[in-house]
Design a protein around this ligand. Structure first.
Ligand code: ZN
Ligand code: ZN
Length: 191
C-alpha cells in the first residue's frame, strides 16, 4: 500500500512538452489509505493536517510522465478543501537529471579527487543528454546565458555512494566549469 494519494490531471509535461493524462502523487492529510482523486474533488482527511482551518493550502505533488518517463514536481492548489488547480512546478528540480557529464572533482566529504557523474536538472528536458565540457546547455530557452547552476555529483563506489553538491558555471550557454558548492576546507558540513 502506498502512502501517497493520487490526483489525475491533464497537463503539459514540462520535460517532453506533450499533453498527458498524468497521475500526480501527493502526501497530505491523514487518509488511512491512498485515495484516487481528480481536480475539483474534495481532498479528504485535511482536518488536523496542519493546514489552515479555512481549507486553503498549496501542496507538492510529484509525477512521472507517461510519455517520456521523466519526473517532475507539481504545485497542487487546494481551496475550501477542494483541489482547485494543479500545474507543473518548474522552479523545483526533478529527481531525475536531464543531463549528465563526467568529471574528476574534489569530494569535500572524502577530502580527495574522485570521478563523478555530474547530474544537471535545470533544463527539465527529456531524454537525458550526455554532455561534455564546452557543450551547450539550456540553449533552447536561453541561447547565450552566463549563470551558475546547482547540480549533484554522484561519488564513491557501490558500497558508499553519496551525493556532492556542485556548482556548474555556464558561459554563453556552454558548460564552462564544475566545482564543489562548498570550499574544500569547509567539507565538514557534509559529514
Ligand atoms: Zn513527458
Ligand atoms: Zn566522495
Amino acid at each position: 500500500m502506498s502512502l501517497f494519494s493520487t490526483i489525475s490531471a491533464s497537463l503539459d509535461c514540462p520535460r517532453c512538452h506533450l499533453p498527458v493524462d498524468a497521475v500526480v502523487h501527493v502526501q497530505l492529510g491523514y487518509a488511512a489509505e491512498r485515495v484516487r482523486l481528480a481536480v475539483g474533488d474534495v481532498y479528504p482527511g485535511l482536518a488536523g493536517a496542519g493546514g489552515p482551518l479555512s481549507g486553503n493550502l498549496d501542496a507538492d505533488g510529484w509525477c512521472v510522465c507517461p510519455e517520456c518517463d521523466a519526473d517532475f514536481f507539481c504545485r497542487v492548489e487546494i481551496r475550501r478543501d477542494r483541489i482547485s488547480g494543479l500545474e507543473p512546478d518548474r522552479t523545483r528540480f526533478p529527481l531525475g537529471p536531464d543531463a549528465t557529464l563526467h568529471r574528476r572533482l574534489f569530494c569535500p566529504r572524502e577530502g580527495r579527487f574522485r570521478d563523478m557523474e555530474v547530474r544537471l536538472f535545470a533544463g527539465h528536458a527529456s531524454p537525458v543528454r550526455q554532455l561534455q565540457p564546452g557543450d551547450t546547455y539550456l540553449a533552447d530557452e536561453f541561447p547565450a546565458v552566463d549563470t551558475t547552476l546547482r547540480a549533484l555529483g554522484v561519488c564513491g563506489d557501490e558500497r558508499q555512494l553519496h551525493m556532492v553538491e556542485l556548482l556548474v558555471r555556464l558561459r554563453s550557454g556552454r558548460i564552462a566549469d564544475v566545482e564543489p558548492a562548498a570550499a574544500p576546507e569547509t567539507g565538514r558540513i557534509f559529514l
